[in-house]
Design a protein around this ligand. Structure first.
Ligand SMILES: NC(=O)c1ccc[n+]([C@@H]2O[C@H](COP(=O)([O-])OP(=O)(O)OC[C@H]3O[C@@H](n4cnc5c(N)ncnc54)[C@H](O)[C@@H]3O)[C@@H](O)[C@H]2O)c1
Length: 313
């Protein structure tokens, strides 16, 4: 039987998965695993969040037009002590705080079997730092999903210093089998690949507004209506190859010395946050927002990304 014919649950010998944190990402990840037939325990310490978990989970099944019976494979508990004794695969999706994540990984080693894989969904923290106190580092790996993971299927699978090849291969096989698109990241650096690229762009975008070159709306228009419109089809390096590397070299000789290279967040961003202008939720961020504008943008995004895009399993 080829790997493509293997049922996702068989890749972990029919054993359960554990998702630590039942927030936005954790619950969506639990939905992806359970829809593929894997039993999942979600650990969520916040009582209010536990109460809404079932309805949020069902909502994702409905959006994906998948049989809601899959949700019966998910159990939500308050504490890691309730993890199944035969847990095979853990994905940690707790808040982005290194000390908190370290304490979770310390406990995981106490409550999970010796062969369980420990994955972290950290956005930017190096996996080695999170796993600093784990004895068996061969079993620790980064699995950076994107939001929402059932629409944006890429997962960066990050090899930390001690991660074994077996852990990498098993993690990639499980993620592919449940319908995600795993890619291998060979070095455990802050932000991995996607967030480094995304935030390099944001640094320059903020610098342009701060320097008065244009306003925030103009930056977004330029990105969306120019190179952004082709990014989903052609990556930046493919594009360079296509037009010829001489052009990229000539451009870099002129532009690189002039690009923003701040090593700290820019003043504009710090000042906006300090003033409480934290974005669309409060009506003001880099630009002003009405509730309608916010909803309209989110709706358009959902429609274009396509909730049902993930065809497997
Ligand atoms: N939201 C995104 O766009 C996104 C994308 C990729 C990765 N991530 C990463 O995923 C992780 C989770 O992000 P999120 O957006 O789901 O956050 P979230 O705040 O929605 O969810 C985190 C959940 O963890 C719970 N929690 C707190 N302490 C815990 C503990 N000790 N044990 C278990 N659970 C605990 C919280 O109550 C909360 O429900 C973060 O590391 C984040 O950086 C987020």
């Amino acid at each position: 039987m080829s790997m493509a014919d293997t049922r996702p649950a068989d890749l972990i010998a029919g054993r359960p998965a554990l998702v630590v944190g039942g927030g936005r990402m954790g619950l969506a990840i639990a939905q992806i695993l359970s829809a593929a037939g894997i039993a999942v325990t979600v650990v969520e310490p916040h009582a209010g969040t536990r109460e809404t978990a079932r309805e949020r989970l069902l909502q994702i099944f409905r959006v994906r037009e998948q049989p809601v019976e899959g949700a019966e494979l998910v159990r939500v508990v308050a504490d890691l002590g309730e993890a199944p004794a035969d847990t095979a695969f853990v994905i940690e999706a707790a808040p982005e705080n290194v000390e908190l994540k370290q304490s979770i990984f310390r406990r995981l080693e106490q409550v999970c079997p010796a062969d369980a894989i420990f994955a972290t969904n950290t956005s930017v923290i190096p996996v080695n730092r999170i796993a600093a106190e784990v004895q068996n580092k061969a079993r620790v790996v980064g699995t950076h999903f994107w939001n929402p993971p059932y629409m944006v299927r890429l997962v960066e699978v990050v090899k930390a210093e001690g991660t074994s090849e077996e852990t990498m291969d098993r993690t990639i096989a499980v993620l592919a089998a449940v319908g995600q698109q795993p890619v291998r990241v060979n070095k455990d650096i802050p932000g991995f690949i996607g967030n480094r690229l995304q935030h390099a762009l944001k640094r320059e975008a903020i610098a342009l507004v701060q320097a008065g070159v244009c306003d925030a709306e103009t930056v977004d228009t330029v990105v969306k209506a120019s190179f952004g419109s082709r990014l989903g089809i052609m990556g930046p390096l493919e594009q360079s190859d296509l037009v010829g590397l001489n052009l990229t070299l000539a451009i870099h000789e002129v532009i690189l010395p002039d690009l923003d290279n701040s090593a700290a967040p820019q003043k504009l961003l710090v000042d906006l946050v300090a003033a409480g202008h934290t974005g669309a939720n409060v009506g003001q961020g880099f630009r002003n927002w009405t509730a309608e504008e916010r909803t309209e943008l989110q709706t358009r995004l959902d429609r274009v990304l396509g909730a049902k895009k993930s065809t497997k399993p």
